[in-house]
Design a protein around this ligand. Structure first.
Ligand code: HEC
Length: 462
């Protein structure tokens, strides 16, 4: 027996160890790390960029991480949730497509946090002062106008509730609005909100901000409810309505596009209609004081935006139909061919609790694929409107394809039914049911008609 045969197993073990250590890639990452990382020098800048947008006073997260003391208190949990990539929440796969505000920690940053925590989460000699001042409940900038909606007191119980609420606004002169941002105070409670703006002809209605009305829809949005809200002008005429002027879903943050893109003019007297704010069930009494932040611009509107919705309630059918039998994992596709060249700004995948994964791309007439978004592990909590860094051209004749998987087994921790029950889209008079325990499969694209050179138009505010 030669030596190789004799030590065969030893060789194999050594070979495996070499392969394993190299393939983890951590060896090189760790060797670059500082010996004694500190909060001030190493950690705070990572948190400021990736966590503070939510973990600040009045942010979307339940606690602030804006001081060393606050961070130190939770150091172990921070190490855990960053290593598991639960935080920062960014469901989109960065290996598939990129978006503005992408929040994904690098392997090195994660290793740095681990090392810092394992050494006792030291502050260091310097103090770190976060540059970002506490923002006024906005992810855009200080709003020019804040419209408060009615305070809604929630009863305890397992009922979904839907409200329509109107707030009237008078401003000294007509202006351009560059962005609207709906901010709930109880993000865990608000499942979605969708709003219209009503524009009144000058002098046709006397309004004041104090004038507000609210009605509760029994279980679903019902257009009859608009009657009795007094939306007509004083002369009986109806205002012009801008549909879906603002939208909110968990994780959605307002966007202000540069250069007048998507801006629109509002009259002196206008009203914001929160046409369907949906509160999920709650086990305690909670009060929500949602606001609508309004941002004005002096730049005249240049490009109007449109929305294309595939799937539930949208322009394309779901194949096979969206029925997810108990104890099954199913896969569904929806496709739509566009007839004009478009420039895409944002995409928004939307599923409910049984969502498992999501994939969307466009197939050009020549067969090439344009990746749009991939979410390997669906998370109901985080449903962003993902904004591309540059406008993305999709040529006429392309087919937009979205594929979603649903997991209706016990293994899905979000499953609203235990034991699992068959779940599907449910249809009421006004369209598909939006209850979180029913399913939806939507893919929403915000776009504008393509103009030459759009590929080079950055959507990032400088
Ligand atoms: C987009 C908003 C957002 C960002 C960005 C964000 N978080 Fe969170 N975080 C939340 C919300 C909301 C919760 C509570 C709900 C939940 O756990 O999903 C939370 C929960 C947590 C928790 C508690 C988890 C537990 O199991 O108790 C920790 C720790 C945490 N975040 C740390 C971080 C760190 C560290 C970062 C940055 C690296 C970060 N978060 C970025 C929104 C955010």
């Amino acid at each position: 027996m030669n030596n190789f045969m004799k030590y065969k197993y030893l060789y194999i073990i050594i070979l495996m160890v070499v392969i394993l250590t190299n393939s983890c890639g951590d060896v090189s990452v760790e060797s670059e790390l500082p010996d004694n990382p500190t909060f001030a020098v190493d950690i705070a800048p990572i948190l400021e960029k990736n966590c503070l947008p939510c973990h600040r006073e009045n942010g979307a997260a339940p606690f602030s991480l804006s001081s060393y003391v606050a961070v130190k208190k939770r150091a172990k949990t921070i190490a855990k949730v960053t290593q598991k990539r639960i935080m920062p929440p960014w469901p989109a796969d960065p290996n598939y497509s990129h978006f503005i505000g992408e929040r994904v920690l690098s392997d090195r940053q994660i290793a740095l946090i681990q090392k810092w925590v394992s050494q006792g989460a030291v502050e260091g000699n310097q103090k770190y002062v976060y540059r970002a001042k506490a923002m006024e409940r906005s992810n855009i900038r200080k709003p020019d106008l804040v419209i408060p909606f009615d305070t809604v007191a929630m009863n305890e119980g397992d009922l979904d509730r839907f409200f329509i609420s109107v707030a009237n606004v008078s401003i000294p002169q007509k202006r351009y609005i560059s962005a609207l941002e709906f901010v709930p105070t109880e993000p865990g409670l608000v499942h979605h909100a969708n709003g219209h703006l009503l524009l009144y002809k000058e002098g046709s209605k006397r309004l004041s901000l104090k004038w507000r009305r609210k009605v509760e829809a029994r279980s679903e949005v019902n257009s009859d409810l608009f009657k009795g809200l007094g939306l007509e002008a004083d002369d009986g005429s109806l205002p012009m309505r801008i549909h879906s002027a603002f939208n909110y879903l968990p994780g959605v943050q307002g966007i202000e596009y540069p250069n007048g893109i998507g801006a629109f003019e509002v009259t002196k007297d206008f009203a914001a209609v929160m046409n369907d704010v949906h509160y999920g069930p709650s086990d305690k009494k909670v009060v929500d004081r949602s606001v609508l932040n309004v941002f004005f611009t002096d730049v005249a509107p240049s490009r109007a935006l449109s929305e294309l919705m595939l799937g539930t309630n949208g322009v394309s059918k779901i194949v096979p139909p969206l029925v997810v039998p108990a104890n099954r994992v199913t896969k569904h596709t929806t496709r739509y061919r566009i007839s004009e060249d478009i420039s895409v700004l944002t995409v928004n995948p939307h599923l409910h609790m049984l969502g498992k994964s999501f994939l969307a791309f466009a197939v050009k007439p020549n067969g090439d694929t344009i990746p749009l978004i991939r979410i390997l592990r669906w998370n109901f909590n985080w449903q962003y409107f993902y904004t591309f860094k540059l406008m993305l051209k999709i040529p006429a004749g392309s087919e937009i394809v979205a594929v979603a998987e649903f997991d209706n087994t016990k293994g899905n921790p979000w499953n609203p039914n235990n034991p699992p029950k068959t779940v599907s889209e449910r249809w009421d008079s006004g369209g598909a049911s939006m209850r979180a325990s029913d399913e939806m499969f939507q893919f929403i694209i915000t776009y504008t008609l393509y103009k030459k050179g759009d590929e080079f138009v950055s959507l990032e505010k400088k």
